[in-house]
Design a protein around this ligand. Structure first.
Ligand SMILES: *Cc1c(COP(=O)(O)O)cnc(C)c1O
Length: 247
């Protein structure tokens, strides 16, 4: 037993796990680069968020050691514990899960970017809480682009109106859009949803709403990120392909 309480056996497993993370991360980065170059984009314009819901702190630390700089979490409480445990690490934390307005107070303290704003109620609460700590909170608007299968996100037809209402809130900055299409095993089946989000981004840009920036498109996960990059993703959110299957 080592001083940190991990038996020698466990230590071996830990090493194997972190080597797995390193090689998977390398592969993901190569695939991002290849996908960007193949469609004439600068790979630097695609940011990687390593999604670590349910992933233990040791694995996140291992990922940081081999170059992960941005981490995405789905649950405020879980994220709070991990951020506390990893507070000496220089990484950026993003919130990608469904946000309840009662968690806004914590969310503004913990996250550099909140991907999942989909109601005026949550936006107002975030604005209030961000103001209280003198922060301008960056957010994305989550759009339910498929209109049915996924539960969260504003419908595409209502997105412009919602953005118009959120835009005047002084302690928030809208940086773009996020979507989570219905899950398909075939990446080409999700392509229309990525195209639709890009089209919506274009439409909102043309509205030229004050205080609204539309540079970010957060779309693409382990099973479909190359397709998302081809369709204009600037942020991909990748869990399984980096950390392995979730327990
Ligand atoms: C879990 C999750 C991801 C990552 O999914 P993987 O398939 O493991 O890459 C991305 N975005 C959101 C919103 C998630 O909840």
């Amino acid at each position: 037993m080592r001083s940190d309480g991990i038996p020698a056996q466990g230590r071996h497993c830990e090493t194997v796990r972190s080597e797995g993370i390193e090689s998977r991360l390398k592969l993901v980065k190569e695939r991002i680069e290849a996908a960007a170059l193949a469609c004439g984009r600068d790979p630097e314009d695609v940011k990687l968020v390593a999604v670590s819901k349910t992933v233990p702190v040791d694995d996140i630390r291992a990922a940081i050691k081999v170059g992960v700089r941005t981490i995405g979490e789905n649950y405020v409480q879980e994220a709070q514990d991990k951020i506390e445990a990893l507070r000496s690490e220089r990484v950026s934390w993003h919130f990608i899960g469904h946000l309840q307005s009662k968690k806004s107070k914590y969310a503004v303290k913990l996250f550099d970017l909140i991907h999942s704003v989909d109601s005026l109620k949550v936006a107002k609460e975030l604005d209030k809480r961000a103001g209280a700590i003198a922060k301008v909170q960056k957010v994305l608007i989550q759009v339910n682009i498929s209109g049915e299968t996924t539960k969260f996100g504003i419908d595409a037809e209502q997105a412009v109106e919602l953005i118009r209402r959120i835009a005047p809130l002084e302690n928030l900055t809208i940086c773009g859009l996020m979507t989570m299409p219905p899950y398909f095993n075939a990446p080409d089946k999700v392509r229309p949803y990525f195209k639709a989000l890009k089209a919506l981004q274009h439409l909102i840009r043309n509205e030229a709403i004050a205080n609204v920036h539309m540079e970010e498109l957060s779309m693409g996960m382990s099973g479909d990120f190359e397709t998302a990059i081809e369709e204009g993703a600037t942020i991909v959110r990748i869990g399984t392909a980096i950390f392995g299957e979730r327990a």
